[in-house]
Design a protein around this ligand. Structure first.
Ligand code: NAD
Length: 493
């Protein structure tokens, strides 16, 4: 595709190189170091990405600190909202290009990028722009002795560290409230999916975001841009989405200067299906909650528990429907499942399929590369049965198109098994019994519970995980709790 963006320099054919965006300018690394970005669907090099380290993070943090006290600070919330809204508008104007690049970078089907990733990225800005226009504060009168009122102020320079599965969507889910709160940002995109994040610099500039307010530094995690950002003494807070193990490393680094932390981490989400539910509807949604985006969504329900009364019927229909899913070229509109994001991740997901065999599991469908696809990190949607609750495949996050299905007999038993994990991100419950829906939803240890649906999102609601799936919540006011400091002012009358 011919791009209208200047930011990604197109060399020959479909080759896109990515530079850092620091203080309003695209620039290479000080050392000139780059790394290769690979198209997971073809295994071809997409382009070279500037590799940032401590030097680039230092430059970006300095620019962000300066910008915090510049014209950005003087903008009224109303004007800031207009700029933030404009970012969303430009994303929509350029959605064809952005969707194309998102699919080249991640391997996800183009229709999915067009339907979810890019429109939702635009909506993140529209939502938070509108939100600050009506945001109030609280006041408490102490009879005629004093009056207290609170004001919200920016936290400062915020590091936004992002994963690869929904690159633009998740990055903007952080950046929009970060900007709405009046902060400045240093963004570290995932190393395997740098394309759309790179373009965000140009989009912000066009929208009127002052230089230095948004900075983007590419690179890796350990001993690279990621660790330099989380260790940086002049960064006030880190908002991180990624693996639980990475979150622990960042927490150690951030503890040196007691940075505020917002964490959206891994999950191993239960999908609980009671016999009284509408099985056809369950299967239609469970196909999505298992395999959409190649199963690379933190909210996917990878542990499926089915009441024994309908276990056989569910499996027969679920396997049958799964076999109809088309795996392949992300640019084919009929493709349901694209390529996994990197070779390393592909190997990791495959290692879990091997482990399932070793643990005594039976693969009912999938478990291998689809025939006729020699190149690309493609894997057939995989359904595994015959494992027990203690198997690693049932307990560990796989983050690919792989689900386990286990039968259960009683409500208490399935609640106990659903909660038997150190994760607590989301859960889905299928039942037509109203009382049971409330009863079970109330007892499941997860931050997000869906009943008779999945991935239905209202951006005003709290989003985040319990236990080792996260710290804090994002969404509506919950985002502002993180991206602003609340200050109480007490005036004696
Ligand atoms: P990851 O933890 O490997 O990487 C995420 C980001 O952290 C990348 O930008 C990476 O470069 C950076 N990073 C890695 N090591 C670092 C370090 N030592 N210091 C600083 N930064 C470092 O995660 P991933 O593989 O990109 O994403 C998949 C994971 O993200 C899964 O566990 C998934 O569940 C989780 N996830 C959670 C949510 C949610 O909302 N809870 C959403 C999407 C993904």
């Amino acid at each position: 595709m011919q791009l209208t963006f200047d930011a990604i320099r197109q060399k020959t054919g479909n080759r896109y190189d990515c530079l850092h965006y620091i203080d309003g300018k695209y620039q290479p690394s000080q050392s000139g170091t780059t790394f290769r970005n690979i198209n997971p669907a073809t295994e071809e090099v997409i382009g070279l990405v500037a590799e940032g380290k401590k030097e680039e993070i230092d430059l970006a943090v300095t620019a962000a600190r300066k910008a915090l006290n510049g014209s950005w600070k003087k903008m009224t919330a109303h004007d800031r909202a207009a700029v933030i809204r404009r970012i969303g508008d430009i994303i929509l104007e350029k959605q064809e290009e952005l969707a194309y690049l998102e699919s080249v970078d991640t391997g996800k089907p183009l229709w999915l990028s067009k339907k979810i990733d890019i429109p939702r990225a635009a909506y993140n800005f529209h939502f938070f722009a509108d939100y600050i226009r009506s945001l109030g504060t609280e006041a408490f009168e102490m009879d005629d002795v004093a009056i207290n009122y609170s004001v919200r102020r920016p936290v400062g320079v915020i590091g936004l560290i992002n994963p690869w599965n929904l690159p633009l969507l998740l990055l903007t889910w952080k950046l929009a409230p970060c900007l709405a709160g009046g902060n400045t940002a240093v963004i570290k995109p995932a190393e395997s999916t740098p394309l759309t994040a790179t373009l965000l610099g140009e989009i912000c500039k066009e929208a009127g975001v002052p230089d230095g307010v948004v900075n983007i530094v590419h690179g890796f995690g350990p001993d690279s841009a990621g660790s330099a950002l989380s260790e940086h003494p002049d960064v006030d807070a880190i908002s991180f989405t990624g693996e639980t193990t990475t979150g622990k490393v960042i927490m150690r680094a951030a503890s040196q200067t007691l940075k505020k932390l917002s964490y959206e981490l891994g999950g191993k989400n239960p999908n609980i299906i009671f016999a009284d539910s509408d099985l056809d509807e369950v299967i239609e949604t469970t196909l999505k909650s298992s395999f959409i985006n190649q199963g690379e969504v933190c909210l996917c329900g990878s542990r499926i528990y089915v009441e024994r009364l309908v276990y056989d019927e569910f499996l027969q229909k679920f396997v049958e429907k799964t076999k109809t899913l088309k795996v392949g070229n992300p640019f084919d509109p009929l493709t349901n499942v694209g390529a996994l994001v990197t070779e390393e991740h592909y190997e990791r997901v495959n290692s879990y399929i091997q482990l399932a065999r070793e643990e005594g599991g039976q693969i009912l469908t999938g478990g291998k590369r689809p025939e006729g696809l020699e190149k690309g990190y493609y894997l057939e949607p995989t359904i595994i049965v015959g494992l027990n609750q203690n198997c690693r495949v049932v307990r560990e996050e796989i983050f690919g198109p792989v689900v386990t299905v286990l039968p259960f007999d009683t409500e208490d038993e399935v609640i106990e098994r659903a909660n038997d994990t150190h994760y607590g991100l989301s859960a889905t419950i299928w039942t037509n019994d109203l009382r049971r829906a409330h009863r079970v939803a109330g007892q499941i240890e997860a931050g997000i519970i869906w009943v008779n649906t999945w991935f239905l999102r209202d951006l005003r609601t709290p989003f985040g995980g319990m236990k080792q799936s996260g710290i804090g919540r994002e969404g509506g006011m919950h985002s502002f709790e993180f991206y602003t400091e609340l200050k109480n002012i007490c005036i004696k009358l």
